[in-house]
Design a binder for this molecule. Structure first.
Ligand code: SDX
Length: 466
């Protein structure tokens, strides 16, 4: 059966129906109310459970298996919206009207033509760099020569640096219960948020965000082509962002189905609460470092195999397993080695990741036209079944966003080294949206560590040490 755009939309609506039915018994989240800081929360290692800030950008509910961008359900956005619309929504907090979307698309297109940056990039030993490495370098090359925050005059005067008073208090003590409670929140009502003398310039922050959303896609595509001894390609004015991404990588204009699947993959990866790379981006931005450096930190964090790098690991595992009959012994061996199976598990989701609910069937759809990749899809389906049977159901470990995305990118003709960069090409929308939101009331991130070391160590001169 020829796949068409209706088939894709019906697949998404069916996935939405399954998701809502499977988690119908879970309570719906309460309507968010204005929180009164400080907020009490139970914090585990890796800041598990810690509430770092308020946000209206996006929401993840791990037990309902919900993913929401600015109040819109991810299934609705995948069924009806586009990556351009969703990026605008995340950044601006509302859906664009026709005029706003036209201007936004024009800006994205023009910002994708960063020939000067690509030419500078080609001056570096790109063939020895991973695409994620090139993205970090490229993000910094994209940075305006004179970012607002480079100029001394923009630096906040010391009395505006709002964290100085807390840092003057011994921080490594338990906040409550000790008889020397030396850690307390000063009333913040009379404190102005830390911002440069001219304030965080939201407008230039928006332009920088558009620039980064467009540029990350362009740099990923250009680096991939250089790795294949081909020259980078300019985007085409008649193509959407998703179609141009495929074109700039492969040199071929995608079919409507391929374009729609790429668009949906970009929508699905755009934002996901306070994940490691988003948090890294915000931490750097909270020091008033500029947004290009902040996105560079997000790219670095995303590259790790426990985070965005998992999608490359998944496809390597599928190739290593080779056939469905090898799945069980392979999983058993992984568990015996106390290793994690990439593409499964999540810090928040204890229900099926809604993104995997959509990416899985989409992979199946695309692979119908690519029979040579079918064995990998069969292995993936057997792997999902085996992991769920062996420990997934019991430990609430389900396939996550990284499990099927690599199969989709392979069927679009992308090299494995591009899988995580595709994640970055989308997530840069969520990163920048959350940075802009946080900078409205910036406060430098500065958590605490629980000191478990010694005190009163005597200094012994080196010639008396054993
Ligand atoms: C992403 O945060 C986000 O939102 C991230 C992300 C986003 O959109 O930004 O969703 C994208 O990063 C998805 C995750 C991609 N990573 C992987 O697929 C790597 C494999 N997954 C695991 O490393 C793990 O599940 C994490 C890192 C995703 C979550 O780790 P946690 O929350 O710290 O969980 P944990 O390591 O403490 O595991 C809890 C238990 C352990 O068993 P016990 O020691 O309690 O017996 O579950 C087991 C783990 O061994 N477990 C797994 C497993 N994931 C958890 N066992 C085997 N395989 C796995 N994949």
């Amino acid at each position: 059966m020829k796949t068409d755009l209706n088939t894709i939309q019906n697949l998404i609506l069916k996935a939405a129906e399954n998701a809502r039915r499977e988690t119908a018994d879970e309570p719906e989240p309460e309507k968010p109310k204005k929180s009164k800081w400080p907020i009490a929360c139970t914090v585990g290692p890796g800041l598990e459970g810690a509430i770092a800030c308020e946000s209206k950008v996006g929401y993840v509910n791990g037990t309902k298996g919900w993913l929401v961008y600015r109040g819109y359900d991810i299934f609705d956005l995948c069924a009806r919206s586009t990556f351009e619309e969703v990026s605008y929504l995340l950044l601006h907090g509302k859906m664009p009207n026709m005029a706003e979307l036209t201007i936004f698309k024009e800006k994205l297109f023009n910002y994708t033509r960063i020939n000067k940056v690509v030419r500078q990039l080609m001056g570096f030993p790109i063939e020895q760099m991973s695409v994620m490495g090139a993205l970090r370098l490229g993000a910094n090359l994209m940075r305006r020569e004179y970012s607002d925050l480079d100029m001394a005059s923009a630096r906040p005067a010391s009395f505006e640096a709002i964290s100085s008073d807390e840092d003057s208090i011994a921080m490594e003590t338990t906040p409550h219960g000790s008889n020397h409670a030396t850690f307390e929140f000063k009333s913040r009502s009379n404190r102005k948020a830390a911002k440069s003398k001219r304030g965080f310039d939201k407008l230039s922050g928006l332009e920088d965000s558009y620039h980064l959303i467009a540029g990350i896609s362009c740099i990923a595509a250009a680096t991939s082509r250089l790795h294949n001894d081909k020259l980078p390609l300019e985007p085409q004015p008649d193509l959407s962002h998703a179609a141009n991404l495929i074109y700039m990588i492969t040199g071929k204009k995608p079919s409507p189905v391929e374009e729609r699947v790429m668009d949906i993959a970009l929508i699905l990866h755009a934002d996901h609460g306070m994940n490691a790379s988003t948090f890294a981006t915000m931490v750097v931005a909270s020091t008033l470092a500029d947004i290009y450096f902040s996105v560079g930190a997000g790219i670095a964090a995303l590259s790790g195999p426990l985070h965005g790098g998992a999608n490359e690991d998944v496809i390597r595992n599928l190739r290593e397993i080779g056939s469905a009959k090898n799945v069980k012994p392979w999983v058993k061996k992984k568990l015996d080695q106390k290793k994690k199976v990439s593409g499964f598990g999540h810090r928040v989701y204890k229900a099926y990741d809604p993104r995997a609910r959509i990416l899985g069937p989409l992979a199946g759809l695309l692979l119908k036209e690519k029979p040579e990749l079918n064995p990998l899809f069969e292995v993936a389906q057997e792997l999902e079944k085996t992991v769920m049977d062996m420990f997934g159901k019991e430990k609430k470990i389900f396939p996550n966003v990284d499990f099927y995305s690599g199969l989709i990118y392979s069927s679009l003709g992308f090299d494995e080294e591009l899988f995580t960069p595709m994640f970055a090409a989308s997530r840069v929308s969520g990163w920048t949206a959350r940075v802009l939101e946080y900078m409205e009331k910036n406060r430098i991130f500065r958590p605490r560590g629980l000191y478990t070391g010694e005190f009163n160590q005597m200094y012994v001169p080196i010639d008396q040490r054993k």
